[in-house]
Design a protein around this ligand. Structure first.
Ligand code: ADP
Ligand code: MN
Length: 187
């Protein structure tokens, strides 16, 4: 397989967690941090790619979310990921079980305090019911459990992401992890 872990020069990272936990911001910051070291990373925002590329089925009115047309979306993503000579990828999605395990070298699941998460989601203009659903999802660690069930547990990192300081720490530790991965592949 083209996406076999051993062939990649750059480790691919999946960033998952409840909506509002900071996935997109973290991924953008990782890309910038790596760029400062002249290492190219690409941010794949799966929801965005699904909407832009029309890899969606009907809109789920009740849950106010797009239902993915998974098979073609996964084929499309795999095609992007198979271009791995010059770049690594940070993949951004709230769910993790749909992706093949071989795509990722590490899975980061962000954790957010409930009050902080409430404020972020209400700023985003989410309806109260949708906010409550997401808070429940965070309380029951749905994304973490899904990640731990779908990937080697040793590859799953659970990182608190409440404050700007947390964000800085998270960017630094993931950049280190990426660099360690790159160096170990050189040998
Ligand atoms: P997600 O992609 O997981 O839905 P976002 O990256 O869009 O989350 O972040 C949601 C909101 O929370 C944004 O307004 C972002 O600026 C803010 N945010 C994310 N992480 C942090 C953090 N560590 N500290 C403070 N604000 C944050
Ligand atoms: Mn996002």
């Amino acid at each position: 397989q083209q996406t076999s872990k051993r062939l990649r020069k750059f480790p691919n990272i999946l960033v998952t967690g409840t909506p509002g936990c900071g996935k997109t911001t973290l991924c953008e910051n990782i890309v910038s941090a790596m760029a400062q070291q002249n290492i190219k990373y690409n941010h794949l925002n799966v929801s965005q790619i699904a909407v832009d590329g029309k890899f969606t089925e009907e809109y789920d009115m009740e849950r106010q979310t797009h239902v993915l047309d998974e098979e073609p979306l996964l084929d499309h993503l795999e095609e992007i990921l198979s271009d791995f000579e010059e770049t690594g990828y940070v993949v951004d999605y709230h769910s993790s079980e749909l992706f093949p395990e071989r795509w990722f070298d590490a899975v980061v699941c962000l954790a957010t305090d409930n009050t902080v998460l409430y404020n972020r989601l209400s700023k985003r203009g989410y309806a109260e019911q949708k906010i409550q659903e997401n808070l429940q999802c965070e309380i029951f660690q749905v994304c973490l459990q899904e990640a731990q069930e779908s990937y080697d547990k040793d590859l799953v990192l659970h990182l608190v992401n409440d404050t700007d300081d947390d964000m800085e720490d998270n960017v630094e530790s993931i950049s280190k992890l990426i660099n360690t991965g790159i160096n170990s592949r050189r040998n």
